[in-house]
Design a protein. Structure first.
Length: 191
């Protein structure tokens, strides 16, 4: 199974992905945790480019979308291999991030046509003001207006694609419990 946690910066994706991995391992499952951008050469270039003050510019975002698509294509082989070995794949972001951050669903879909959709996607929904507070002092490039637009796109996509929407304004433990309530039945487990 391939599952993904999505959400705007500051929503707790990295924290919750790590907690999900640990919980699944404690339940005796093998887990392959991934993140986007990856640590490949393309992923490292993306990380460097995200530090640019103009990273929210529309043309810059198009360039990032193309690089993310390349990075994901590399990642697909790793996901397939992990699943063939019986591992649960837990991802911090997937191509849905490009669909909302780069806001070009049609062409984003086209450049990601070789990328597999997750079996389960959880959207950690957070209000943008809280996200800005959580991201203070980090490498986050977003501003409030950008996060508001991105959150709105996430909610639209979640409705269209059938994501599970979880309130990320709740504390870490409550969000983790909510995630377990969604994931456990998908794996035939009890909480």
């Amino acid at each position: 199974m391939y599952m993904c946690l999505e959400g705007i910066d500051g929503s707790g994706k990295s924290t919750q992905t790590a907690l999900l991995e640990k919980w699944l391992q404690n339940c005796g499952l093998q887990v392959f945790r991934i993140f986007e951008p990856t640590d490949s050469k393309v992923g490292l270039l993306i990380r460097e480019m995200l530090q640019d003050p103009g990273a929210t510019d529309e043309n810059f975002q198009r360039t990032l979308a193309l690089l993310f698509a390349a990075d994901r294509t590399i990642l697909m082989e790793k996901i397939a291999h992990a699943e063939s070995e019986g591992q649960i794949v837990v991802s911090d972001r997937c191509f849905y991030s490009s669909m909302v951050y780069q806001d070009g669903a049609e062409w984003i879909g086209e450049i990601n046509r070789f990328v597999r959709k997750p079996d389960v996607t959880l959207l950690l929904d957070l209000d943008p003001e809280t996200a800005m507070t959580r991201c203070e002092g980090s490498d986050s490039f977003e501003d409030l207006n950008f996060l508001m637009r991105t959150r709105s796109r996430y909610l639209e996509l979640a409705e269209k694609e059938g994501f599970f929407i979880l309130n990320a304004n709740n504390g870490i433990n409550k969000v983790h419990e909510d995630i377990k309530r969604v994931i456990a039945p998908k794996l035939g487990m009890c909480i």
